[in-house]
Design a protein around this ligand. Structure first.
Ligand code: MCF
Ligand code: FE
Length: 407
């Protein structure tokens, strides 16, 4: 059992409680959270490790959507328009994937840890990121991706998906959890969609899918029109979308741990359905800005759970969650910055935990003890501004605890 105390303990619980001069007691799970004074009285024989002046303790950040295999990209891919990006991915994919060797991915994972991330939802297209993930102390929900809309390819693609999933299952542990990623409604054949979802439902695996990320995708899925026409005709000999958005969403009924990434072009009916499915929206604000110049209307999500993902370096210049949170603060200009900051910190912790089906992201009795500690540059005038200052000023953490262990 260990005790840490800090000037500020940000719990990220349902009441957004912040404890000034607080402390946490934990082993692999959180045992108690209270003021330092009360903790001292309750556990008089345990030494308290005091954090520095102006320190913050909070749950480790959860990056619910990242493509590590695309980590070699910095200046190669085209931004500004989704079709240009997609064509540039197709052109450069092989070179980029080859460049992203285990060493490079290991290095990115270390940087993610240093910038406050303790858990990732890793979207894996080929399992080339499995080895570095296994070496990293971060918690990984490892999503094996299925992609392919051509009917004559589905058997091969399904077999390949099953063999990747089987291999990930061999390495499953407390901090590596196998899961299923559906690439998107436009790129996955109905057979693959049904069969992979059946596996996920039978085995209670978390599922995540990209959904309605660009205006081009919207036009193609709803009307078989727009810039996707040429792409599908030339590359795949297809003239119609394989699944309509609502048909697609309906397939996910019965999936327990479910998230949809982007959703910037989702209709109000789609959003209603996402809420009914009790699914999360993975919000990737930087990716949406650089690929399409679109943004999710976060004021219009009703009770849909929100989580934050950086997406990959294929659509971001950073895998740091604090960088991503700062971008979100700057992009959502219509929101009150103080309230938005609170909402974003919750999305980056407890929101991500729900998306991935975990028991983390909150400093509360019985939650997993995944904790970060860092210091603010100066004293806080108003406690209500704490979340905002955390987002504005934090780049790196001083301490990372995962499952109760210093890592
Ligand atoms: O989320 C972004 C943009 N939307 C879709 N896909 C990806 C993103 N970043 C990487 N990808 C990957 C995806 O997993 O791109 C590949 C897929 O394997 C090719 S998309 C034709
Ligand atoms: Fe993505």
């Amino acid at each position: 059992m260990k005790i840490l105390s800090s000037k500020w303990v940000v719990t990220c619980d349902e009441n957004n409680s912040i404890i000034e001069d607080g402390a946490i007691v934990f082993s692999d799970k959180i045992i108690d959270v209270d003021t330092k004074e009360n903790i001292q009285k309750k556990y008089p024989n345990i030494q308290i490790q005091e954090q520095k002046e102006n320190s913050v303790l909070m749950p480790g950040l959860i990056n619910s959507h990242v493509h590590l295999e695309f980590s070699a990209n910095s200046t190669t891919l085209k931004y500004g328009n989704f079709m240009n990006w997609l064509n540039s991915v197709i052109k450069n994919r092989d070179t980029l994937i080859e460049k992203a060797n285990s060493k490079l991915i290991e290095d990115k994972l270390k940087k993610m840890k240093k910038s406050g991330t303790t858990t990732i939802g890793a979207i894996s297209s080929y399992s080339f990121d499995l080895e570095p993930c296994l070496k990293s102390p971060l918690n990984k929900v490892f999503f094996c991706e299925v992609i392919g809309s051509k009917a004559d390819m589905v058997d091969t693609l399904f077999a390949d998906f099953k063999s990747r999933l089987k291999n990930v299952k061999k390495h499953a542990s407390k901090n590596l959890i196998p899961a299923v990623a559906i690439h998107s409604p436009y790129s996955v054949h109905p057979f693959l969609l049904r069969e992979t979802l059946n596996i996920a439902k039978e085995e209670s695996l978390a599922v995540s899918s990209h959904f309605l990320e660009s205006p081009e995708e919207f036009q193609w899925l709803h009307k078989d029109e727009g810039l996707f026409i040429d792409f599908f005709k030339n590359l795949l000999g297809q003239d119609k979308a394989v699944t309509k958005p609502m048909e697609f969403l309906n397939q996910f009924k019965g999936v327990e741990k479910l998230s949809f990434t982007h959703c910037v072009e989702a209709s109000s009916d789609d959003l209603k359905k996402i809420e009914e499915l009790d699914a999360t929206i993975n919000h990737c604000v930087t990716s949406n800005r650089v690929l399409n110049n679109t943004k999710l209307d976060i004021s219009n999500l009703n009770n849909i759970n929100l989580s934050i993902g950086t997406d990959g370096l294929s659509s971001n210049n950073s895998l740091s969650m604090f960088d991503e949170l700062r971008n979100a603060l700057m992009i959502h200009v219509d929101e009150n910055i103080v309230e938005l900051s609170k909402k974003l910190l919750k999305a980056a912790t407890i929101g991500g935990s729900k998306a991935l089906g975990l028991n983390k992201g909150v400093l509360k009795k019985d939650a997993d003890a995944d904790v970060i500690s860092f210091t603010l540059p100066d004293e806080i005038e108003d406690k209500n501004d704490l979340a905002m200052h955390i987002i504005l000023h934090t780049k790196f953490v001083n301490k990372t605890i995962i499952g109760g262990e210093d890592v």
